[in-house]
Design a protein around this ligand. Sequence first.
Ligand code: AMP
Length: 430
Amino acid sequence: MSQYQAVKGTRDIFPEEATQWKYVEAIVHTLASLYGFSEIRIPIFEYTELFQRGIGSTTDIVGKEMFSFQPDPKGRSLTLRPEMTAGVMRATLQKNLLSSAPVHKLYYIGELFRKERPQAGRQRQFSQFGAELIGVSSPAAVSEVITLMMHVFESLGVTGLKLRINTLGDTADRARYREALQAYFAPFHEILDDASKERLEKNPLRILDSKNPALEELVAGAPRLYDYLNDSSLRDFEKVCFYLAERNIAYHIDHRLVRGLDYYSHTAFEVTSSELGAQDAIGGGGRYDGLARELGNSSDVPASGFAAGMERLLITMEKQGLFAALQPFGPLVYIVVQQQDLTDHALQIAWRLRKGGIKTEIDLATRSMKAQMREANRIRASYALFIGTAEYATGNYTLKNLATSEQKTLSLDAVLQILHEPAAKKLLDL
Ligand code: AMP
């Protein structure tokens, strides 16, 4: 036992689970490209200001959740990325991508870091996949990103998800609504908790996000943003709903959904999973036309995107038995060596099989034949290839199908030939 433990809020992903990750990632890559999104990979840390400006100063992430550090006494503060959108927008603006084409569709899979109190479904290092559609903002654009996200979940066979959507209107709508909220909450100042008191000044919309049960009734009676929308904002939202309905994507309108980030406008959405506990959000996003200007761009850059949590998706899939059909991760062939002095020859055979494209495993601990066979079964090898003195002398090897126990003695070329698909399948079927 090592005296060291993984840091609380982080976790190791061992091979069997890594197979599940690769499967989910493969679906993300395939579907993102189907919808015309290209992959972007950005640094894991950025200058702290990017997130302070980018996320806005009243969000939890900036308030208390960032892992920031100073690399040298005179250096600028750096922060491990707590979200991807600000970094992707920073990269887009820095590279001046919009001058080459008006619209950029980018997706990513990567790790994020938040200094939240770890609990089930909430880690300090976690992964997201997501997409950002930058350069155009419209009901069509935002419904593209929602559709892509839901398509990923659907392709993976996930059920029991609930998509909630809302509109945050435009800046003018929100300004009027903000005033209405302040007027509504002001008489109750005394019963608000500290976080809500602070939000009342800076961003009263976020009080609606409060998870404090003591405020539930008060929040439920608050005015709805929906009633402060102008005609164009209303039409915009109706169009998003129309697109979702056209695509058979079930949704619920949730007037209290405001999302944690300040730069959102118009559509916001969140997906929750019935398989998860208190931390049941599996993905979310919205339109964030105002972010580029917050990052110092001279004008708004219309954009929308989503981010989904890999760990929570994997927990949901595991609970729903969606990994049961995944291929075993063990090798196809396990070389079983009869006696120790044949090991060098066996290693050479293993190398030739691998060069021939055959997944091969061999015992490097020179254990007994019985132990080697046990190992072959443990790692779920499909075949055992026996190497004994007779095989060594003749150059013909015994290949045993471990599922059917059928065996054949063959030259190495014949072994290679037979193990190649679809021949391998045929032998399995014999
Ligand atoms: P957010 O960027 O906060 O909108 O989060 C998007 C998704 O990332 C959420 O719906 C979760 O699935 C996932 N997520 C957010 N924070 C965490 C965390 N601390 N640990 C694990 N997953 C998280």
